[in-house]
Design a protein around this ligand. Structure first.
Ligand SMILES: [Cu+2]
Length: 488
């Protein structure tokens, strides 16, 4: 701006007014006026909000102006699967756990319709952390089955917010899955990325222990004690693994909207094999960079962003690590594309390192083997001893129901590899196993150490495995084991 006419007093007035105007109303990069007080943002037009179930998120708001946004959220109480063979009655916002993702921008006037399906048994309500007002909307939204409540609010603060049911007993409604995320984008929207996903952790408390089959009721005492049987992403074990894994291509930038519904546990959210380039700490404006693990409080959220540079499967975990490998808090992001040996070499060499002599090293003894040295007298006894031995030696890797752990330990349940060849199975227990194998279409390339078991113990444990979890029901005798041992 040229200031040569400043000697003219009329111009001075004009200039001062202009300056005052510029200070009071700034414009952002997109040229949109940014209001100091978000309550002043005008709304024009009306639109029905796009709602999505996890792991999907609605289309970004981009440059759209603030609007009257109509959200229709239906509460459904329905039975679902927690993990193989374990059923659970979930209470949901929109039919999924976490509930439907709501995407708004700052200044939107949200007209919220909370509908309680007539088949439901209980009243519910909703507390959205994005709401400025009593109970976050809970006080205006308490709704009985077969009814709808409507209330409206203006989004004043950008960020990623949790919503949840707040009907007593609040903890129980949350524990049954009544939580989700609502995003309030800033003026002009978030930066554009290639992939966006919706991931939300939750802890579940069942009458039966982890893996116990059948329809499992909620266990109030365990919930009060915060002794979760399941800690999962997106409502169930395996919601983000195998065929359900989320995906990206090398070179793409991924944004995860990560929430934690609780009710009890905080999450040490980590992605194995990746570093977060950016984290919107606690879902707010503060951006941290180059983060390994970000803490997500119960009833809180974070936005994490990273570019994927090499192909492979990244593992999403709660780094309170037993939750990941034993309670379900494990997801996968499959990245496809060209290798980049500069960034990651892969295995360069598999040499021999035998400080204690040849043979695959044995696992250190972790305790005395309870499995009786007395030979089993009946098939029932074999199964009993076999189960004991299994729980002592095999369980840690192959898991309680023989389900294994994706990408690490192959399943023994319905294992085509196991069922194809009894002698090979005996050899594996006697000698260990290493090198690539394919079990039920999945490749594994790892090491199973030699198991230091007697002929009887091998016979018992394999009989137990073959007669459990949908396997081929073969019986293995000590004589069979002995002949394999001698054949070596
Ligand atoms: Cu509820």
């Amino acid at each position: 701006m040229k200031l040569k006419f400043l000697n003219n007093s009329a111009s001075l007035v004009v200039f001062a007014t202009l300056l005052a105007f510029m200070v009071s109303s700034c414009f952002n990069k997109q040229g949109e006026k940014v209001y100091e007080d978000k309550a002043d943002i005008p709304v024009s037009q009306e639109m029905i909000a796009e709602l999505t179930s996890p792991p999907n998120v609605p289309t970004p708001v981009g440059k759209r102006k603030a609007k009257k946004l109509i959200v229709k959220m239906e509460i459904l109480e329905e039975e679902g699967e927690m993990t193989d063979g374990v059923r659970y009655v979930y209470w949901t916002f929109g039919g999924s756990v976490p509930g439907s993702f709501i995407r708004t921008r700052v200044g939107d006037e949200v007209e919220f319709h909370l509908q309680n399906h007539p088949d439901n048994k209980l009243p519910h309500n909703i507390d959205l952390h994005a709401v400025t007002g009593p109970g976050g909307g809970a006080e205006s939204s308490f709704v009985a089955p077969g009814h709808e409540k409507v209330f409206s609010f203006k989004t004043l603060n950008p960020g990623l917010y949790v919503y949840h049911c707040a009907t007593a007993p609040v903890g129980m409604h949350i524990a049954n899955g009544m939580y989700g995320l609502i995003l309030v984008e800033p003026e002009g929207g978030l930066s554009i990325v290639d992939k966006e996903y919706y991931v939300m952790q939750g802890d579940f408390y069942t009458k039966g222990a982890n893996g116990e089959r059948g329809l499992q009721p909620f266990d109030m005492q365990k919930a009060v004690d915060e002794k979760a049987d399941y800690v999962v992403f997106n409502g169930k074990v395996g919601a983000l693994t195998g065929d359900n894994a989320i995906t990206a291509k090398v070179g793409e930038t991924v944004r995860l909207f990560v929430g934690n519904g609780g009710p009890g546990l905080v999450s040490s959210f980590h992605v194995i094999g990746e570093i977060f380039d950016k984290v919107h700490v606690e879902g707010g404006d503060l951006i941290n960079e180059n983060v390994q693990t970000t803490l997500i409080p119960a009833g809180g959220a974070a936005i994490v962003e990273f570019r994927v540079d090499v192909p492979g499967t990244l593992i999403l975990v709660d780094h309170s690590i037993f939750r990941a490998f034993n309670k379900g808090a494990l997801g996968m992001l499959k990245v496809e594309g060209e290798e980049n040996k500069k960034i990651y070499s892969g295995e360069l060499k598999d040499g021999i390192y035998l400080p204690e002599g040849p043979g695959i090293q044995e696992m250190p003894e972790t305790g005395e083997v309870v499995a009786s040295e007395i030979p089993a007298k009946s098939f029932e006894e074999k199964m009993e001893f076999g189960k004991q031995a299994y729980m002592q030696t095999c369980f840690a890797c192959h898991q309680a129901e023989g389900q294994g752990i994706p990408n690490a330990f192959p399943p023994l349940a319905k294992s085509d590899y196991l069922n194809a060849d009894v002698n090979r199975a005996i050899d594996i227990i006697l000698n260990g196993l290493t090198g690539e194998i394919t079990v039920n279409g999945q490749k594994y390339n790892s090491v199973m150490t030699r198991q230091n078991l007697s002929d009887d113990e091998v016979a018992n444990v394999l009989t137990y495995v073959y007669n459990s979890w949908g396997n081929s029901k073969k019986e293995v005798t000590p004589a069979m084991v002995k002949s394999r041992r001698n054949a070596q």
